[in-house]
Design a protein around this ligand. Structure first.
Ligand code: PEP
Ligand code: MN
Length: 264
């Protein structure tokens, strides 16, 4: 698409880079971990620090996030590095706390996008917000659920919306943790051509070896951004250890990527 950048209003209005690079750990673990990663990311192409503080774990008994205190660590990281902050919200209380702590970008996870009830509750809680809200695709390859979530958020007068493609569950045995099914986000873009489209190569890949190639594919398809899980000590991460890359590796990946229309 020609002049895509101009169409992506909040990206350019907020002076954000194109492609937008969001990175940080799957989960906020400790204050020291969040600050270490933020400082390692700050002089790279990354402009937004991500970290989940409420983790939607598939099975009980896993680390399910540090909760509200993690929002304070994100605030501190922003104050020290200037990076914008992003976290996942999955219910009304998360939204309230994320807004109270002035988190810049709220994302809705794949396990929430499948539920119209959850989406409606989040949309009502965010009614009219100026915050950037990013909607991950549902875990299953169902375009309507993704479209429905976007429609509910638009109806709640949430204007700074974007979407994150994080791949889809499948019974097939493939190299990916979640198959990309690139045609589904393409269909979504036909319906909502102004919506910034961000790729999450980490949850697609499930393995750090494929991060580069998934990022490259996304940029060839003119995606507007990347959300990459990055940890200073990936092997010892408390969640999604196999797919996280160090900030240094991420920097190498970013340098090697052939990026069209890079805007700083
Ligand atoms: C995450 O970003 O860490 C996450 C839980 O993602 P998803 O909702 O895509 O599984
Ligand atoms: Mn994760």
């Amino acid at each position: 698409m020609e002049n895509k950048k101009e169409l992506r209003s909040w990206l350019s209005n907020m002076g954000l880079s194109h492609p937008l690079v969001i990175a940080g750990p799957c989960s906020a673990e400790t204050q020291e971990q969040v600050l270490t990663i933020a400082h390692q990311l700050k002089d790279t192409d990354v402009t937004v620090l991500r970290a989940g503080v409420w983790k939607p774990r598939t099975r009980p008994g896993c680390f399910d996030g540090v909760g509200e205190i993690g929002l304070k660590w994100l605030q501190k990281a922003k104050a020290e590095t200037g990076l914008l902050t992003a976290t996942e919200v999955a219910n009304v209380e998360h939204v309230r706390l994320a807004l109270e702590h002035d988190i810049d970008i709220l994302w809705i996870g794949a396990r929430s996008t499948v539920s119209p009830f959850i989406i409606q509750e989040i949309a009502d809680a965010l009614q009219g917000t100026e915050k950037i809200v990013l909607v991950k695709n549902p875990i299953n390859p169902d375009l309507s659920l993704w479209l429905g979530a976007i429609e509910r958020l638009y109806r709640a007068d949430i204007k700074n919306l974007g979407v994150i493609h994080r791949g889809f569950s499948t019974l097939e045995k493939t190299q990916f943790r979640n198959i990309p099914e690139w045609k589904i986000p393409v269909e979504l873009q036909k319906r909502f051509p102004d919506l910034p489209l961000i790729c999450d190569p980490s949850h697609i890949s499930g393995n750090r070896d494929y991060i580069f190639s998934v990022c490259q594919q996304a940029l060839e398809l003119s995606y507007d951004g990347l959300m990459v899980e990055s940890h200073h000590d990936p092997d010892n991460a408390w969640s999604d250890a196999e797919q996280q890359v160090t900030p240094a590796t991420l920097e190498t990946i970013m340098q090697d990527l052939k990026v069209k229309n890079r805007v700083k």
